[in-house]
Design a protein around this ligand. Structure first.
Ligand code: ZN
Length: 278
């Protein structure tokens, strides 16, 4: 298996997972004809579907321990058996306890990125990471907390609103310095306030990409939108500019939904931009 840890200067990034999620191709990419996937067969499952890693990244920077995204979350008691939801076990196996986390940062507020924020005990919520403050982008907070959207995205109620009530939610906007080495990079479109995180240390750079792309094919096919992208036109503009920059500047990328551990670079081979895993 590829190494689950990279270093960018003094910053250490470790990949963790909450499991995998498989989806039907025409369900997740309804506007992309099947034959357009022919050059990208190796990015699909044998059943011609898409499989997403539910990745989180643990970053050590400036003496702080930061968890980016918290997966799909614990299984409700009445839910059927599911193959995901293993983040806490996965962290434990990697020697990380919930008390170690100083900051939780969400790239955006979709359900597969906020799931383990809170635990429900006896009908009361508790932060899963008891010493952490939780960082949410101002643009996503404004959008997802609108009354009409609380019903559409119901995990905002169970995984985000209680953080605000407990006084442990922090807002980030624009290029916000999380530490001296980590800065948020607005990458809107997938959600209105979607954030990537730029890592810069000792002349080296890396990017926690978030959901600016879901499948490696989108590194080249930047116009391909999924049904999870809220604003398709803005998503295309953002993805095109981002992929061009990642290729041009040779930045190490950490992708939560590409195959685990999700580290790679955007390179050009035979005229095509493509994903090259580390
Ligand atoms: Zn996602």
């Amino acid at each position: 298996m590829a190494n689950d840890k990279v270093t960018i200067g003094n910053v250490e990034i470790t990949s963790f997972t909450d499991g995998n999620l498989e989806m039907d191709l025409c369900d997740f990419f309804p506007s992309i004809p099947n034959e357009n996937w022919n050059p990208y067969e190796n990015y699909l499952t044998p059943e011609h579907g898409v499989r997403f890693n539910l990745g989180s990244f643990l970053i050590r920077s400036d003496g702080r321990t930061i968890l980016v995204d918290t997966g799909m979350g614990g299984k409700p008691a009445d839910a059927p058996e599911t193959p995901w939801r293993e983040l806490l076990d996965n962290l434990k196996a990697g020697g990380v306890s919930p008390e170690d986390i100083d900051m939780v940062v969400m790239t955006h507020l979709h359900r597969d990125h906020v799931g383990w924020n809170l635990l429900s005990r006896g009908g009361k919520y508790e932060p899963t990471f008891p010493k952490a403050h939780y960082w949410v982008s101002a643009g996503d907070w404004e959008f997802f907390s609108r009354p009409e959207n609380l019903d559409l995205f119901d995990t905002t109620r169970t995984c985000v609103l209680p953080l605000k009530e407990m006084g442990i939610m922090e807002l980030m906007d624009g290029e916000h310095a999380l530490t001296s080495e980590l800065t948020t990079l607005p990458t809107p479109g997938h959600t209105p306030g979607h954030m990537s995180i730029m890592v810069s240390s000792q002349g080296e750079r890396g990017l926690i990409m978030g959901d600016a792309a879901h499948n490696q094919a989108q590194v080249h096919e930047t116009d391909w939108c999924s049904r999870a992208d809220i604003d398709h036109e803005q998503t295309r503009i953002t993805r095109r500019a981002l992929m061009e920059r990642l290729e041009r500047e040779g930045i190490v990328v950490a992708s939560g939904h590409f195959p685990a551990p999700g580290f790679g670079r955007v390179v050009r081979l035979e005229g095509r931009r493509c994903w090259q895993g580390l």
